[in-house]
Design a protein around this ligand. Structure first.
Ligand SMILES: CC(C)(COP(=O)(O)OP(=O)(O)OC[C@H]1O[C@@H](n2cnc3c(N)ncnc32)[C@H](O)[C@@H]1OP(=O)(O)O)[C@@H](O)C(=O)NCCC(=O)NCCS
Length: 199
């Protein structure tokens, strides 16, 4: 199981597998799974436009924007911190996102709940980075929608990325496959083999 998801009840997106596992353990399992089944109704797992999901006990409409000029970058840094995807300086985030070929910002009303970006040469190659969603909004298809929006806008044949260790399945579900020859020179903080990025 991916890092950060220790509770079996935390991710309604996995409800199908839990039901299968629980089914072998008798009536007690059925009782235990009742809240999971209920959560499946509260938090539908699949997306399709318009991006309407139930979260926090209410129906929300997620807007995906690509214009980052009005983004509050302190709020964006907070999304990174909480997700978690590390501590980022708001000013550096602003530079990185506004310099990218495509940036996507997911809003629930006025709240920034997720974002992601990609570099691109506009013709052959692109690279996706920094896809991140607030914990309360994870598992509802927002990350998938951010990546889909990036891909649809990029329109290049080759898209590469590297996942945070443990998050590979997120991108595998979206059609990404491991590359045999991918190589990287990374920042010192990601250089140790124990960090999970390099062989
Ligand atoms: C990874 C992240 C961006 C996914 O966003 P999300 O909105 O929660 O993901 P989605 O709901 O769109 O999930 C799409 C699919 O990816 C998979 N998935 C989602 N989160 C996952 C996780 N943490 N681990 C493994 N697989 C995951 C699921 O199979 C899911 O499909 P399903 O709902 O049909 O089961 C989000 O969990 C996050 O911000 N995590 C912390 C930051 C991070 O690590 N970002 C870098 C990713 S490399």
């Amino acid at each position: 199981m991916a890092a950060g998801y220790n509770s079996r009840l935390q991710r309604p997106a996995f409800v199908g597998r839990w039901v299968l596992e629980g089914a072998n353990r008798g009536f007690a399992s059925i009782l235990r799974l009742a809240p999971v089944v209920a959560s499946c109704y509260l938090f539908p797992c699949r997306f399709g436009p318009p991006l309407k999901r139930k979260a926090l006990g209410r129906l929300m409409t997620i807007r995906l924007l690509t214009d980052g000029r009005d983004v509050n970058w302190a709020e964006a840094a907070e999304v990174f911190r909480l997700a978690p995807l590390g501590r980022r300086e708001p000013e550096k985030l602003r530079k990185a996102f506004l310099s990218s070929a495509i940036s996507v910002y997911a809003y629930d009303a006025g709240t920034l709940v997720g974002l992601g970006r990609a570099l691109s040469d506009g013709e052959y190659q692109a690279a996706i980075f920094d896809v991140v969603v607030l914990p309360a909004y994870q598992g509802k298809g927002i990350g998938r929608s951010i990546v889909a929006k990036i891909e649809a806008t990029l329109r290049v044949p080759n898209v590469i990325l590297y996942a945070v260790p443990g998050m590979e399945r997120f991108y595998a579900e979206l059609g990404y496959r491991r590359m045999k020859t991918a190589m990287a020179k990374l920042a010192p903080a990601m250089n140790d083999v124990g960090d999970g990025y390099l062989e």
